[in-house]
Design a binder for this molecule. Structure first.
Ligand code: CA
Length: 229
């Protein structure tokens, strides 16, 4: 649930905004003066702030500037005077939106939703998740190039990692040693298909409980290997 802070000294307006936002499923907190508002904004975790311009204590200009120095959450500034809104825009304080009082509560809710949606998209696009391949106790983190066997990390060389990942990403497909060699080693590599056998052996020592009876990479005699699922 998104948490919204309203910094507004006119209690009737703050209560009205709160009611409408709560009806739309938001969690809302109100602060009635500038100092308490700034303190809450800086020390608590909110998803959006509705900030009145004229406030006792610290005014909305200063609060907006101070929040922006530390946080990039959406700030919606409201003022009773159209001239003030123009002034705020001109100052480039970093507010995301401006509304002139009186405004309809449904207009406020619509803008809050739009800014939260935009902000959520922005935040989630910055959080890159790792590309993971997971099969029966083997966890391959392709992004970090790390391998965990039943939760325990095992060291893999570059080619061992590439070979294991390729097989695990193509389960139940039988590959010949030639195919694997072409896939993992570039054409100019020194070596031959025996390299594949050596690498499979090393991978098995890291991932199999019993290398004589492999549970993951199966040898298909006379053909090659396949990763069992
Ligand atoms: Ca005010």
């Amino acid at each position: 649930m998104s948490k919204i802070l309203i910094i507004e000294d006119e209690e009737a307006i703050a209560d009205l905004e709160k009611d409408y936002l709560e009806l739309s499923g938001f969690q809302v907190e109100i602060e009635n003066d500038g100092e308490k508002g700034l303190d809450a904004a800086m020390n608590e975790s909110f998803d959006l702030i509705i900030l009145d311009l004229m406030l006792p204590g610290i005014d909305g200009f200063e609060i907006c500037r101070r929040i922006r120095d530390e946080k990039n959450i959406p700030i919606l500034m409201v003022s009773a005077k159209k001239d003030d809104i123009d002034k705020i825009r001109g100052l480039g304080l970093g507010a995301d939106d401006y509304m002139t009082k009186p405004f309809s509560p449904s207009e406020l809710v619509a803008r809050v939703k739009a800014h939260l949606a935009r902000y959520t998209r922005l935040v989630s696009s910055n959080q890159k998740t790792n590309d993971i391949v997971e099969i029966r106790g083997i966890r391959i983190d392709k992004t970090a190039r790390r391998v965990f066997i039943n939760g325990v990390e095992k060291p893999f060389t570059t080619k061992e990692f590439d070979l294991l990942t390729f097989l695990a990403e193509n389960p139940n497909h039988v590959f010949t040693k030639e195919e694997l060699f072409r896939e993992i080693w570039d054409m100019d590599s020194i070596g031959d298909i025996a390299t594949v056998t050596v690498h499979i052996k090393k991978i098995r020592e890291k991932i199999e409980k019993d290398t004589a009876n492999p549970q993951y990479i199966e040898t298909i005699w006379g053909v090659g290997y396949r990763f069992k699922v």
